[in-house]
Design a binder for this molecule. Structure first.
Ligand SMILES: C[S@@+](CC[C@H](N)C(=O)[O-])C[C@H]1O[C@@H](n2cnc3c(N)ncnc32)[C@H](O)[C@@H]1O
Length: 366
C-alpha cells in the first residue's frame, strides 16, 4: 500500500468526519499559539516583509485547516498595532497529501474571508490563500520563498512504516514489541525527520521560523495503548474469520511518537536549524475531547460510555481511511463497535490516559 495515496483524515461533515472530531488537535494548536507568537516577534525584529509567506504542512480539512491562518493574522495584527506599523499582505499555502479534502477548505473560504474583512478589516487583496498538495517528504516550494512554516499534529506520520517488521499480531509498537522493531521505527523517524528538516531549510529564507507540533511520548505516557487495542480488536476479528489473517500480518501504522530527546537529536545532527524552544504539553486523550462538550469527568457508566464514544471517534476520524484501505469498508462499523468496547474496559481499569505533544520552534541558520 502506498501510504501517501491512501492517507487522509475522514472527509466531509458527518458523524465520523475529522471536521467534527478534531478538538484535541485544535487544543494542541491553541497551546502552541504563544510559541508561534514568539517565533513571529523574533522574525519581525529581523525581517519586516511586505508580503508574509506562511505554509501550513498537513493542514487536513474542517475548522482546524484555517485555524493557523487566523492565529497568524491575529498575532501579526497585534504586533503591527503595537509597533504602529501597517500589517503586511499575507500569503498562506495550505499543504496536505493529494487525497485530502481540499474542496472542503475551498468551500469554507468565502465565509472565512468575509469574516476577516468584517471583524479584522482585512480587505480583499490583503490575504491570499493557496493550496499546495503533495507530501512534505518532498520539496513543496521554491528556494528561499517562505518566512514561516507551521505544521501541527502531522509530523508523527512517517513516509512509510518500516519494512519487514515480522510484526504479525500488532499494528504498531506495543510494550511487548521486540527491540529490533523499536529500532526500526526510531530509524524510520530519524530518516524522515532529517529529510523534512533539510527540505524545509531550502524553502525558508535565512532566519525564517518553523513551529512544529507532533505526538510524542515520555517515560510514562504515550498513545500506544490505543494502537495496542486496535491490534487486539483486529486479531479477535481474524479469529472469527471477519478479517483475513494475511491482511493483518502485512499491516503496520506509519506513525512514530518520538521523545523530546529523540527529536532534538535529529535537529542537532541535521544542522540547518537552531532550536528556539522545545516544550511538551500533556493532554488527556479522553477528557481533552470531552470537556468542550460540557460532560463531567465522573467515571459513572454513562460518562464512561460517552468518553469511549468520543475517543473512538477521535481515533476513527484519523485512522479509518488507512484501516479501510487495508481491511475493507464493510468491516469498519463492526471494528469500531468492538474497539469502543475495549476503550470502555480501559477507562474502567485506568484512571487517566495522557499523552505528550511536543511543540518545537526552530530558526533557520543563516
Ligand atoms: C491529524 S491531521 C492534523 C491536521 C491539522 N494540522 C490539525 O491540527 O487539525 C494530520 C494531517 O497530516 C497529513 N499528512 C500526513 N503525512 C503527510 C505528508 N507526508 N505530507 C503532507 N501531509 C501529511 C494527513 O493527511 C493529515 O491531514
Amino acid at each position: 500500500m502506498d501510504i501517501q495515496q491512501v492517507l487522509h483524515m475522514n472527509h466531509g461533515m458527518g458523524d465520523n468526519s475529522y471536521a467534527n472530531n478534531s478538538i484535541i488537535q485544535k487544543k494542541v494548536m491553541m497551546e502552541a499559539k504563544p510559541i508561534l507568537e514568539e517565533s513571529i516577534i523574533r522574525l519581525y525584529r529581523i525581517i519586516w516583509p511586505r508580503c508574509l509567506k506562511v505554509a501550513d504542512l498537513g493542514c487536513s480539512s474542517g475548522p482546524n485547516a484555517l485555524q493557523m491562518v487566523s492565529n497568524v493574522i491575529d498575532i501579526v495584527d497585534s504586533i503591527s498595532c503595537n509597533l504602529n506599523l501597517k500589517s503586511p499582505v499575507f500569503q498562506f499555502f495550505l499543504n496536505d497529501l493529494f487525497e485530502n479534502d481540499f474542496n472542503d477548505i475551498f468551500k469554507s473560504l468565502p465565509q472565512f474571508l468575509e469574516t476577516l474583512e468584517k471583524k479584522k478589516g482585512h480587505k480583499s487583496g490583503s490575504c491570499f490563500i493557496n493550496a499546495t498538495p503533495g507530501t512534505f517528504y518532498k520539496r513543496l516550494f521554491p528556494d528561499d520563498s517562505l518566512h514561516l512554516i507551521h505544521s501541527s499534529f502531522s509530523l508523527h506520520w512517517l513516509s512509510q512504516a518500516p519494512k519487514k517488521l515480522g510484526n504479525k499480531e500488532n499494528v504498531h509498537l506495543t510494550s511487548t514489541s521486540p527491540a529490533a522493531m523499536h529500532r526500526a521505527y526510531a530509524e524510520q523517524f530519524q530518516k524522515d525527520f532529517k529529510l523534512f528538516l533539510k527540505l524545509r531549510s531550502q524553502e525558508l529564507v535565512p532566519n525564517g521560523g518553523m513551529v512544529l507540533t507532533l505526538l510524542g511520548r515520555d517515560k510514562t505516557r504515550d498513545m500506544r495503548t490505543a494502537w495496542t487495542l486496535i491490534g487486539i480488536t483486529l486479531n479477535d476479528m481474524v479469529l472469527e474469520n471477519l478479517i483475513e489473517e494475511i491482511k493483518l500480518e502485512s499491516f503496520n501504522f506509519p506513525l512514530y511518537d518520538p521523545t523530546i530527546e529523540e527529536a532534538k537529536e535529529v535537529i542537532e545532527e541535521e544542522g540547518s536549524f537552531t532550536i528556539q524552544r522545545v516544550e511538551s504539553v500533556i493532554l488527556d486523550w479522553v477528557a481533552a475531547n470531552i470537556n468542550d462538550e460540557g460532560v463531567d469527568n465522573n467515571n459513572n457508566e454513562f460518562d464512561i460510555n460517552m468518553k469511549a464514544e468520543f475517543t473512538t471517534k477521535f481515533v476513527r476520524a484519523a485512522l479509518e481511511p488507512l484501516l479501510k484501505a487495508q481491511f475493507g469498508e464493510e468491516v469498519m462499523d463492526e471494528f469500531f463497535f468492538r474497539y469502543k468496547n475495549k476503550i470502555v474496559q480501559l477507562i474502567m481499569e485506568v484512571e487517566i490516559l495522557e499523552f505528550p505533544t511536543h511543540i518545537i520552534s526552530l530558526i533557520k541558520n543563516v
